[in-house]
Design a protein around this ligand. Sequence first.
Ligand SMILES: *Cc1c(COP(=O)(O)O)cnc(C)c1O
Length: 383
Amino acid sequence: MIPFNKPYITGKEIGYITDAVNTGKISGNGKYTRLAQTFFEQKYGIKKALLTTSCTDALEMCALLLEIQPGDEVIMPSYTFVSTANAFMLRGAKIVFTDSRIDHPGMDEDTVESLITQKTKAIVVVHYAGVACDMDRIMELADRYGITVVEDAAHSINSFYSSKKGTRTPLGSIGHLATFSFHETKNISSGEGGLLAINDERYAYRAEIIWEKGTNRASFFRGEVNKYGWVDLGSSFLPSEVTAAFLWAQLEQLDDIQSKRIQIWERYYRHLSGKVEKFGIRLPSIPDFAMNNGHMFYLIASDDNQRDYLLQSLKKAGILAVFHYLSLHKSDFFCHKHDGRELAAADLYTDNLVRLPLYYELTEDQQTEVIGHVLRALELVNA
Ligand SMILES: *Cc1c(COP(=O)(O)O)cnc(C)c1O
């Protein structure tokens, strides 16, 4: 059996967790939380990083920080995870979905401007598979219309955007706010976990308060105030030191994990390109302003029959390949709230995308088996 994903354990996790337990401080915002936050601030130039219990929580913090009110509009792609939308709907926002690009499942930047109204408060971009959206264009629009940009960077650790000016900027450091995920399905994991990146100083002070249940407890512990109390809305968004200690073991091995995943990705690409196209299948295409961070390898089948056939025949061979998002504008919960615009590319990825196994411990033999089965299945059906 080859699973779709296998969470990777570096071997240092238990040691760091034991250390956290032995210090006697296992609630949040201790040594390991600070190590992890500083890592993101220094490596990626994020102004202020706050660990959260999930990317979902970090997105909910964004909605609180932006003071989203009922009726405010938030633009985001339909082809994304439910949390991207839920976080803002919880505050009463009206979600305005964009289509995906033709060449890539990420947001179609061309359509964003036409969706902006007086009520638009935020644009949430999703760097699908860790592949950047065109951030120069999005930031220019946001500037011009006075809108805030949130990057849902759940897939995007250690990925970069190349600006036309020639600069290479880490994803998650460009938008006013950004969110990362350390769910076990992501490149770096703490089981459940996430991080809020604050790149616009205006949000830094309130972010820490919202994070600490609406209190100025963090200021108190730094000795900036002599008592702490209830000063704003908030919730319990910070993870325990046990989670942070686990995460620290993973972050220490980031470079190794990334290079292994990219190596697997590139091997899929090399062995499938030139062979699957004659069956109408497309391989991932990466716009020239983006790069691949080895988060996900996918194929785009020519239709849903071919996609389902591929999933089934791989399953029979003991290989778990999976489809991905179901476009949110057609979901049971949202279809009656959608404004009726057709989002054809999002629907195409919903119906036709297949993700192949990709995890640190996938061996070369196993990968050869996956590649062989994909090619054999395609040849059989056309024989
Ligand atoms: C995984 C994911 C999330 C949610 O992450 P959690 O850490 O599980 O809350 C949000 N957005 C996208 C695009 C994701 O892939």
